[in-house]
Ligand binder design. Structure first.
Ligand code: GAL
Length: 384
């Protein structure tokens, strides 16, 4: 009897301890309300009616866990430190069902936005069809009436089919003799990429879409940003008013810049984009860009990370930039520390994103809390 009391007391203590997290500890095990490490990789966050919703790839143990075995996991939180398990928001379809999202497909980087016109929650994610590796390069959409789901799978896309990007010159619409034989990474080849070498190749069937994010602007317009053209060039594509389709207006960012893992935010009327290089699950140095219009031109800045391990983004890769609710110009950088041999163990690197003039900055912290945003910070200057 005495022991039972002790066990109950200890369990109570454990729950209380979990409920009392008051800081972020980047890279450490991050228990949810059950004491289980959060299982939301390649995540994004939705802030809706006073609550944060975290959506990410549910991974399982072992290498098989690098493909989708379960679906998209959702958690909710009031304070960003303590997360309540809300279960699977989008489930994969049974293996053998022939669904585009059947178990064993690759389903990455889910991002959920709320649409004020339709009152629907719209989830976009990078989809690779089962058994095709990363060749399909599609983006896909699912819809729900509730933030926590269940989301209903709608369809997948190769965006931009039959549409040239904004600013695409007429003389670029025809293939240039010999262009396919150009040696990669030479100045001639870079010029050819910027002049549509790969855009032309994929014009009819639609442009490739791998690592992606969704950004909703102040005016309610939403944009889908994705690694395209064999991960060489980022594409930014406007979504329709219901956020479930593309309008056909799109543009390229950093042609041949080889960027992945895009994450976007807006501060002082300017747009900031953080990305990584392309080294698969292995981390590399982050990149940063700024633009006064979302359509560009985008100006490349420095590696935003500083200090030890800045060249590997502290062993992580960007997935999202979260504007902190109620704190003006406070942004939280979210990244993944991938562990492909046992994907379920992947860690989360959440750090405050600060700015030095136009330059986004990241500094490592073993432990930090949202109070850092209450310290005096440089004010955002309005876009020119
Ligand atoms: C990364 C990408 C991840 C995943 C991985 C597969 O570069 O950001 O989302 O696709 O490659 O190797």
């Amino acid at each position: 009897m005495k022991n039972a009391f002790l066990v109950t007391a200890l369990l109570g203590l454990a729950t209380a301890t979990q409920a009392q997290r008051t800081a972020f500890e980047p890279g450490k095990v991050w228990p949810d309300n059950h004491g289980t490490h959060l299982n939301a990789h390649g995540a994004g966050v939705l802030f809706d009616k006073g609550r944060y919703y975290l959506f990410g790839e549910h991974k399982i143990a072992g290498p098989k866990g690098n493909s989708a075995q379960v679906g998209v996991h959702c958690y909710s939180s009031k304070d960003l430190y303590n997360w309540q398990d809300e279960g699977i928001a989008l489930a994969v379809a049974p293996a053998g069902s022939g669904s585009e999202i059947e178990q064993g497909c690759i389903l990455e980087r889910p991002k959920v936005v709320y649409n004020k016109l339709t009152h629907k929650y719209v989830m976009w994610f990078h989809l690779e069809l089962k058994g095709q590796g990363y060749a399909a390069a599609r983006t896909a959409v699912a819809v729900s009436d509730r933030a926590t789901g269940p989301f209903r799978y709608v369809r997948s896309y190769r965006p931009g089919a039959g549409q040239w990007p904004l600013g695409f010159q007429d003389e670029w619409k025809q293939p240039v003799p010999g262009e396919a034989a150009l040696k990669w990474w030479t100045p001639e080849w870079r010029t050819a990429v910027a002049a549509g070498l790969f855009v032309r190749r994929d014009f009819a069937k639609g442009q490739m879409a791998r690592d992606m994010t969704i950004f909703v602007d102040d005016d309610g317009k939403a944009y889908h940003v994705h690694s395209s053209e064999d991960n060489l060039t980022l594409h930014l594509a406007e979504l329709t008013a219901d956020y479930q389709d593309f309008t056909g207006r799109w543009s390229t960012i950093a042609p041949a810049g080889h960027n992945e893992a895009p994450a976007l935010c807006k501060r002082g009327g300017k747009y900031y984009l953080l990305t990584s290089g392309c080294t698969g699950w292995a981390p590399n140095a982050a990149r940063s860009f700024v633009a006064s219009s979302i359509w560009g031109p985008w100006r490349q800045l420095e590696n935003p990370a500083t200090g030890a391990d800045a060249d590997s983004t502290y062993h992580s890769q960007s997935t999202y930039i979260l504007p902190v609710a109620g704190k003006p110009d406070a942004f939280l950088f979210m990244a993944d520390r991938w562990t492909p041999k046992n994907p379920i163990d992947g860690g989360y690197i959440w750090l405050p994103l600060s700015f030095e003039g136009d330059q986004p900055r990241l500094r490592w912290a073993d432990r930090w809390s949202l109070g850092v945003f209450d310290q005096p910070r440089p004010k955002a200057t309005a876009a020119q």
